[in-house]
Design a protein. Structure first.
Length: 255
């Protein structure tokens, strides 16, 4: 059995067939899915999904790309929703220096606020990082994010930075890119980071694994991620599935 620890079933790409997508995931032995809401619309849909399906859980927060749109009322709303028993994390939050919609200082301020919120409600933090590694690590250290820990989502950095994050109580989550032929860094991380520090995810509908690269991703493809990690570590897919599931259940406190 697998857990997809980061999926956007609340995305527009699934507007017309989300039930079929969920059924395909179940058929592929994906026993639990963590749906991530990152703005008003996607949080609303995430909350609907966790109410409708017993095996779907939610993570809610505000995406760094849209940091300029986030108000104090939005953060208060997220805090209130986080009391729901099936909300298991805060995020995705972090920094994104690739897109230029939100200035870096505003992103950093919102990132700090969401780390503090996560600590206040005692939930792990799901980190989005794009071209901002040094600042992400620095802010996590300065804000003592290790108190709650969390996930480095769709990790694409170095083994050395992964170890820094693990030292701060974060797990390293690998998605579709680990299956790409030219993905040197994710493959190195999959090889060198201990299995008890790894998670698997799809980030669907984005970043579909090989051989679906460039197409719409979905949670039923999570076994392809597990298979590549198993190949790189020279262990069985069953072992990858078992350990990453245990890691996710422990982090999210899912019984």
């Amino acid at each position: 059995m697998f857990i997809d620890t980061h999926v956007h079933l609340n995305a527009d790409q699934y507007e017309h067939d989300v039930e079929e997508v969920i059924q395909r995931a179940i058929d592929a032995k994906v026993e639990k899915m963590i749906v991530v809401g990152f703005d008003t619309k996607t949080i609303d849909i995430a909350m609907e999904l966790i109410e409708r399906y017993s095996f779907i859980y939610g993570v809610i927060g505000w995406h760094p790309v849209d940091a300029v749109d986030c108000t104090e009322d939005d953060l208060q709303w997220i805090k209130e929703l986080s009391a729901h028993p099936k909300v298991v994390g805060i995020g995705e939050t972090g920094l994104d220096y690739y897109w230029d919609k939100s200035p870096k200082d505003i992103q950093q301020e919102l990132f700090r606020k969401q780390i503090r919120l996560a600590k206040e409600v005692n939930l792990p933090i799901i980190i989005h990082n794009r071209e901002a590694t040094a600042d992400v690590v620095r802010i996590l250290q300065e804000e003592n994010a290790s108190e709650v820990g969390g996930i480095m989502h769709c990790y694409g950095g170095s083994v050395e930075t992964a170890k820094q994050c693990i030292d701060m109580n974060f797990l390293i989550s690998l998605g579709g890119p680990v299956t790409f032929k030219n993905a040197r860094m994710p493959k190195m991380v999959a090889t060198e980071i201990p299995l008890d520090k790894l998670l698997i995810e799809t980030d669907a509908p984005y970043l579909a694994p090989h051989p679906y690269r460039g197409k719409r991703n979905e949670p039923s493809y999570i076994p392809l991620v597990a298979e590549e990690i198993a190949r790189l570590k020279e262990i069985s897919v069953e072992e990858v599935a078992k350990q990453t599931t245990e890691n996710a259940m422990h982090l999210f406190r899912i019984v």
